[in-house]
Design a protein around this ligand. Structure first.
Ligand code: UTP
Length: 478
């Protein structure tokens, strides 16, 4: 739901809308709350769109039949200078176009950082996790340094939009403020909160209380970013400023180039890229058929991301005549999107970005007894939106192949696969190959890391001389 809290300030104001939508039980303990608790509860309730909630509940109460897709075909994949049978893009032309977009102030960076990071179990917003293998820089700092380097090159402050959630907004802002906005100008940093969706019981269709003055909700998914940008005024602001495209990435990938001129130029159709300039994506070849990532596929004439769980196993395992996976294009959640396209997505609402339903265990207040119940089985429906549902809405959506070891180090778990450990190692390996590509030797036992300047120079195709050369066993930021 949205965060339009403008008109309502008290519980008395919001009560008629709550009761009118059939959820008066939520106010069962209202009289027992303190003044401060009442005000906080009123703010939570005001964030819900009471007019549409009954129809949303009706639609998602029962698990729908699996989405009926047409026949899946592999998508058209593009690749810089066209190898591996992909559609070739002229990398030089695409990069020149992307650099010009950045120089002209037509691009902003956008990070989705509203997730709960349940698997990581880190105490604090994920972006504040130290991740640099040599420097100990946090995820936010790794991105900030590259955005700063790009801005220094362009001679302008590149806006950086960061989506937080009601749960981590305050902590995120405090982190940036304590660290002097990570060397960026306060004005270029645009923090905005995503909305939340209330959980409901599928049997009764009733919303749940998480406490006597507290609604059971969850962040509305990374797809909530479009609505949140609109509600917070960020879309309007970008339009006013003449920003035309956004470089979208997740907070938990320290290898992502926050601003990639080749990708941005290709997205805008330069270098012969087949793109309508609305919504583009990067892909990496799946590590194995069983890797649990969404894959790009074409069906009904449109490119889309099919979730791992929706892909028939036979198709996940299917190979071509060379033994290559037919559906090898794994989604890495790196996109470029035009501001105009996001505006049209927002206007189309649920038709463009539908909700996805999950049946989960959600602790709730028994309104008759006034006690908190910890369910042992799933009891509630949670709804969220996925940003990749925008892909088939675009007229021609570009999918660009990139190398996993250069751009994708998901940080989901503390150890093991897709972890803090693996992300640190990948950054060091990436820096090592960067040095070797430039003809430098790499002594044994080093831990290396690209500085913001080095990483930006690499993405932009600029010359850069490392600030230090590593000695055996040293930890060095290049
Ligand atoms: P994930 O789906 O991996 O979720 O988010 P997560 O919260 O980071 O981790 P788990 O699943 O709880 O362990 C992918 C990206 O989307 C953002 C996250 O912050 C991350 O950058 N995201 C996710 C949001 O911004 N909002 C959401 O509601 C969900």
């Amino acid at each position: 739901m949205t965060t339009s809290q403008a008109a309502v300030s008290t519980l008395e104001d919001i009560a008629p809308a709550v009761k009118g939508s059939g959820h008066g039980h939520l106010l069962a303990f209202a009289d027992t709350l303190t003044t401060a608790e009442k005000a906080a509860f009123a703010r939570e309730l005001a964030a819900i769109d009471w007019q549409t909630i009954p129809s949303v509940i009706k639609r998602y109460r029962k698990a729908g039949a699996a989405e009926a897709f047409g026949e899946f075909e592999p998508p058209v994949v593009c690749c810089v200078n066209g190898t591996k049978g992909d559609h070739g893009i002229d990398g030089k032309e695409a990069r020149a176009a992307g650099l010009e977009m950045i120089r002209a102030g037509k691009v902003a960076a956008l990070t989705v950082a509203g997730g709960q990071g349940t698997r990581l179990g880190f105490d604090g917003p994920k972006g504040t996790l130290p991740i640099g293998p040599a420097s100990g820089r946090t995820l936010f700092e790794v991105f900030a340094d590259q955005i700063k380097a790009a801005g220094d090159w362009a001679g302008r402050q590149i806006p950086w939009l960061i989506m937080t959630s009601p749960q981590n907004h305050g902590q995120t802002l405090a982190f940036f403020e304590e660290r002097d906005w990570l060397g960026l100008d306060r004005e270029q940093l645009r923090f905005f909160q995503q909305g939340v969706m209330p959980s409901f019981c599928p049997e009764t269709g009733r919303l749940l209380l998480a406490g006597k003055g507290h609604l059971a909700t969850n962040p509305d998914g990374h797809g909530g970013v479009v609505r949140a940008m609109s509600m917070s005024g960020e879309l309007d602001r970008l339009e006013r400023e003449g920003v035309e495209h956004l470089s979208y990435f997740q907070v938990d990938n320290p290898l992502v180039p926050p601003l990639d001129p080749v990708f941005l130029g290709s997205h805008a159709g330069a270098g012969g890229a087949p793109s309508s300039g609305q919504f583009s994506s990067k892909m990496v070849a799946k590590a194995a058929a069983s890797e649990k990532v969404g894959v790009f596929a074409r069906c009904d004439g449109k490119t889309r991301v099919v979730e791992y769980s929706d892909m028939p196993e036979a198709l996940s395992n299917a190979t071509d005549e060379n033994g290559k996976l037919r559906f090898e294009a794994g989604s890495v959640a790196i996109h470029a999107a035009s501001v105009a396209f996001l505006r049209s997505i927002e206007e189309a609402g649920e038709a463009a970005l539908p909700f996805h339903r999950a049946f989960k265990k959600v602790p709730y207040m028994d309104v008759m007894k006034g006690t908190l119940i910890e369910p042992s089985e799933p009891n509630a429906v949670k709804l969220e939106r996925f940003v990749f549902d925008a892909i088939p809405v675009a007229e021609q959506s570009l999918v660009l192949r990139v190398a996993r070891e250069r751009e994708f180090a998901p940080t989901k778990n503390p150890t093991g696969v897709d972890s803090v450990e693996s992300a640190r190692l990948m950054q060091s390996q990436r820096a090592e190959s960067w040095l070797r590509e430039r003809g430098h030797g790499v002594p044994g036992g080093c831990t290396l890391e690209l500085s913001g300047e080095a990483a930006w120079a690499d993405a932009a195709g600029l010359d850069y001389t490392p600030t230090a050369s590593p000695k055996p066993g040293q930890a060095v930021v290049l």
